[in-house]
Design a binder for this molecule. Structure first.
Ligand code: FAD
Ligand code: FES
Length: 230
């Protein structure tokens, strides 16, 4: 697949359902990129009955579907000692990043409960710290609680997850004065920069249109935390 050959960590693909009725593709982050086999791995949460993700989950090995990608910008791979922080469905893209990032890695994962997907694979990539909302494993609370409880330090932060989590990480990065890259998993429509269905508020105005907007699909999904309003 040419998609795998070009892909970098932090990018996503748009996946089409086979029923034709749902025209909009679903954006899903790349969890692993295997350039030799030309294969991509995606890990997603089924959001409900009669949803696109439910349809994907009913496919069998060998079935095919249409994808568009790789899309978006990806993470810059430059750090000496990094935090890789994933929350919920923001966890999968951290795996390929962990594999490609050549530095000391502290991986902080926020789960709801003891259903800890991908955990063993992350343990092969660096030191792993866990936070669970129900306190069943690791630190009770969120990823910031785990960082404080373990007195962790880093010189760069990479994060993907729900907005409240990204907001807290942005504040922490400002306090510590360290660069922070966040990947936003906003709702999207076209996925290629044309519809403005995915815009987020930016701190600086756009050079062309002079508005405080950035398109997550085209300008992101990875942004410097200081570039965007969270
Ligand atoms: P729909 O029928 O469209 O909606 C069903 C329910 O899901 C609704 O309640 C709706 O509000 C909710 N929902 C829809 N979109 C989102 C969203 N973006 N975030 C949260 N809730 C949503 N999901 C993964 O599981 N794994 C990934 O690796 C992943 N990567 C993503 C990367 C990017 C760049 C973006 C923008 C999103 C990513 N998502 C990921 C979220 C995923 O795209 C949505 O969950 C999916 O499109 C929902 O489609 P659906 O047809 O299943 O649900
Ligand atoms: Fe259409 Fe981003 S989803 S511009």
């Amino acid at each position: 697949e040419p998609v795998a050959a070009e892909a970098v960590p932090g990018q996503f693909i748009s996946m089409y359902t086979n029923d034709g009725a749902k025209l909009l593709p679903r954006p899903i982050s790349l969890c692993e990129i295997d350039k030799e086999k030309g294969a991509l791995r995606v890990v997603y949460r089924v959001t409900g009955e009669k949803t696109g993700t439910k349809q994907f989950s009913q496919m069998k090995a060998g079935d095919s579907l249409e994808v568009m990608g790789p899309l978006g910008n990806g993470f810059p791979l430059k750090s000496k000692k990094a935090f890789l922080i994933g929350g919920g469905i923001g966890i999968p893209p951290m795996l390929e990043l962990a594999k490609q990032l050549n530095c000391e890695k502290q991986i902080i994962l926020g789960y709801r409960n003891s259903d800890m997907f991908l955990l063993d694979e992350f343990k092969k990539q660096g030191e792993v710290y866990i936070a669970t909302e129900d306190g069943s494993v690791g630190t009770k609370g969120n990823v910031m609680d785990a960082i404080r409880e373990n007195a962790l330090e880093a010189d760069v932060i990479y994060a993907c997850g729900p907005k409240p989590m990204l907001r807290a990480i942005k504040v922490y990065a400002l306090e510590k004065g360290i660069p922070c890259w966040v990947s936003m998993e906003e709702r999207m429509a076209c996925g290629i920069g044309a519809c403005l269905g995915c815009v987020c508020q930016s701190t600086e105005t756009d050079a062309h249109s002079h508005v405080h907007n950035k398109r997550v699909c085209k300008d992101g999904p990875v942004f410097r935390s200081t570039e965007v309003e969270l």
